[in-house]
Design a protein around this ligand. Structure first.
Ligand code: UD1
Ligand code: MG
Length: 463
């Protein structure tokens, strides 16, 4: 068996999963397409295809020079890079194939008493074509806009993997890519009001209309999500594992919200179902990628995966009208971003890579350090010293010379901070712990959202 072939056991397991999933999908056409059941089966299809394609394409990617060096290993071997592109491509194509299932019952009811070829009875006007009044075009537009925004971001991720685009050039592109779905938001929903916390109601009233600022806020979410996943990266598995946890938390949020909605006619029902349809195949494709990217990684995911995953979350949050809940599930990413800002805005030198340092002797990861070519200014030294002497837990590690001048400071990512706090550890242990942290904070966020929201807001907009 070559490295680019599936083992017998893999082949049979994947074939069984694929065949069972396809059988489930085919069976749903007996009824109304059953999008929910089909979506779960699409997750199975996404897993089996992504898993196999990654194995089959590894060699091709290496030959095309799409490879990267795993820096946290004794032998810094090169492995295929940008495999998240395979994951994203499989996902996008499957989501196109999912469309007939999603709209099956709508198409059936919109055309129920129409003969599709019936020109004579006036159902189809030869000069204007036909108009299916009962077909939910808004729902179709929402779905298509989501796919377009996602595809645009995947293209950006691919270019970034090929050409290493500069941060300042690429950072705003997801905002532009979000415009199709913002346009659909404007046309189908258009609410730009935010509910004011009860404590502020006497001053601001129950609602505040943010107007066009609300669109800026949503574009900012589309910019933040992909970039924040990309900068919480650099150890095997972490990009995918954090994304799977966020997706699972969003799924839990959908299920809890659906369970609170009385009946099925509530508009929020469709929004949460839409979110579930997008997330299940995403989780399937991501699990397959994680299997290959987990320590010791056989492939890297590339920026393509980080942008792709972040945009899936932005789409689900924006089009599902629960962007604030989404932010509650991204707390580690928000902390990592805020913590990174001094380096992102070059107040502190930012090396090309900030991933933790691999100590070849111990085989463990340690905080990576950025070297100061010249001692930092008085203000920066004061700031760094405050971070280093923070009560209870230091927020940075410093190396100084005998006169107290700062020579090195640890890179400002939560991966490095974790190592500053808890000491050196193996790469997979760090990934497991940070992923568990993501899960714990996310579950807490959901608890706050669903159990404590009424302390802050006078009504739960889903109930
Ligand atoms: C972002 C981070 C950078 C971090 C990098 C790691 C910022 C501003 N940028 O940059 O600090 O070093 O991600 O992904 O925070 N790699 C490993 N092991 C892994 C994953 C990646 O060694 O588990 C290395 C490989 O050499 C791989 C490269 O990182 O080829 C990928 O880096 P890339 O995604 O291009 O970096 P950026 O996204 O630009
Ligand atoms: Mg990256």
């Amino acid at each position: 068996m070559t490295d680019s072939a599936l083992s017998n056991q893999e082949t049979w397991s994947l074939l069984v999963l694929f065949a069972a999933s396809v059988a489930v999908i085919a069976n749903t056409f007996q009824g109304d397409g059953e999008p929910l059941v089909s979506s779960l089966a699409f997750g199975g299809v996404a897993f089996s295809i992504t898993y196999s394609l990654i194995v089959w394409l590894k060699g091709t990617f290496m030959k095309a020079n799409l490879k990267g060096r795993d820096m946290s290993k004794v032998k810094k071997v090169e492995i295929p890079e940008t495999m998240g592109g395979v994951c994203a491509a499989v996902y996008l194509l499957l989501m196109v194939l999912f469309m007939p299932i999603l709209f099956y019952s709508d198409i059936k009811s919109a055309t129920a008493d129409l003969d599709p070829l019936d020109l004579e009875n006036g159902h189809i006007q030869i000069d204007t074509g036909r108009v299916l009044h009962r077909f939910p075009l808004g729902k179709l537009a929402t779905y298509l806009s989501a796919m377009l925004s996602l595809a645009l971001v995947v293209i950006l991720g691919n270019y970034d993997d090929f050409f290493d685009i500069r941060w300042r050039h690429k950072v705003l592109i997801p905002g532009v890519a979000s415009m199709p779905m913002l346009a659909v938001y404007f046309l189908t929903y258009g609410i730009t009001h935010v509910v004011v916390p009860v404590q502020l109601v006497p001053y601001l009233g129950e609602m505040v209309d943010l107007g066009s600022l609300y669109y800026v806020y949503m574009a900012a979410i589309a910019i933040f999500c992909p970039n924040s996943i990309n900068i919480l990266a650099g150890i095997n598995g972490i990009e995918v594992s954090q994304s799977i946890i966020i997706a699972v938390l969003l799924l839990i949020n959908d299920m809890v919200s659906l369970s609170k909605i009385p009946g099925t006619a509530h508009p929020a029902t469709d929004l949460h179902l839409f979110s579930i349809y997008l997330l299940l195949p995403f989780i399937g494709a991501s699990l397959a990628l994680l299997r290959h990217n987990w320590y010791p990684a056989k492939v890297f995911v590339g920026d393509t995966y980080c942008y792709f995953a972040g945009m899936v979350f932005a789409i689900v949050g924006i089009l599902g009208h629960f962007s604030k809940t989404l932010l509650l599930l991204l707390i580690p990413q928000i902390i990592n971003f805020i913590y990174s800002t001094p380096q992102l805005f070059r107040l502190i030198p930012c090396p090309r890579h900030r991933l933790p340092h691999f100590n070849a002797r111990s085989g463990l990861l340690e905080p990576s350090m950025t070297e100061w070519q010249q001692p930092p200014s008085i203000g920066t030294t004061w700031f760094l010293n405050i971070l280093a002497r923070f009560p209870l837990l230091p927020l940075i590690k410093l190396v100084k010379d005998s006169e107290g001048h700062i020579l090195k400071s640890s890179n400002l990512t939560i991966l490095n901070l974790w190592l500053v706090w808890f000491g050196p550890r193996r790469e997979d242990k760090l990934a497991i712990e940070v992923t568990a942290f993501q899960l714990a904070l996310g579950l807490m966020g959901l608890f706050i959202r669903h159990e404590l929201a009424l302390l802050v807001f006078s009504q739960d907009n889903r109930a």
